[in-house]
Design a protein around this ligand. Sequence first.
Ligand SMILES: C[S@@+](CC[C@H](N)C(=O)[O-])C[C@H]1O[C@@H](n2cnc3c(N)ncnc32)[C@H](O)[C@@H]1O
Length: 273
Amino acid sequence: MTVDVGTELKAKHRAMWGTGDYPRMVETFLLPIGQRLASAIDIRPGSRVLDVAAGTGNASIPAARRGADVTASDLTPALLQAGAARPDARGLNLEWVEADAEALPFPDASYDVVMSAIGVMFAPHHQAAADELVRVCRPGGTIALLSWTPEGMLGDLFRTMKPFAAAPPPGVLPAPLWGSEEHLAGLFGERVAVHTSVREVLDITAFPHPQGYGEHFKAFYGPTIAVRANAAKDGREKEFDAALDSFCDSWNLGSADSARFEQEYLLTIGTRL
Ligand SMILES: C[S@@+](CC[C@H](N)C(=O)[O-])C[C@H]1O[C@@H](n2cnc3c(N)ncnc32)[C@H](O)[C@@H]1O
């Protein structure tokens, strides 16, 4: 019997992103990310915009508020449902579609703008996902990405978690590589003319104590919950917790009772040639 590893892997990812409470994380400190991406793009009333790995519509909703006709697509139906239930999603030209970023169910050249806020970076096969972004964007259209960087705090979170995680299947690359200018150049080659490539930071002050950041991730972030559960299989959850605590301390730019973090991302905008 042939086992379709791709489908099995996607089922795992869908379950992982549906675990915890990602919508709560967005409300707690991630809303500025979606607004930043949507405001960086030239969106006109009636622009056809595809948000890939849209989650609860963090970038889709601000884009639709600017008059765009938006498709919010994501692997995880529970997140799309949470997005559709957001009060600020009411009355907008916004469609919610379950879709794998590596096999988008949309025709070639069907969108004026294809964007993703800290989303497509989590599709496991980077080249397949990049090829799909290019395929569904019309020539002359815009591809816009906002991704955590490998050198920034989220890149370091994934490095901190790695020794406790199950080994990824062959061919799966680390998500924060999408925050590397060189990696993106390799994925898109001559097909996208990048005109904006800037590193910025998300300022996080939502957690009074530095370890509050780690506690929040352990409670609500699917990838952290999955890695900690894997550590627990070998009785290593205390070791995991200690590693996460010292990670939080090392990134704290505030004090012990008033934490502040800067989480770096790369904003990339280009024209599909
Ligand atoms: C960190 S969340 C970002 C969600 C949203 N863009 C935001 O700004 O809040 C990552 C998202 O990627 C989605 N995702 C992971 N793998 C995917 C895939 N292969 N295809 C489509 N979406 C995927 C998850 O379901 C999740 O919604």
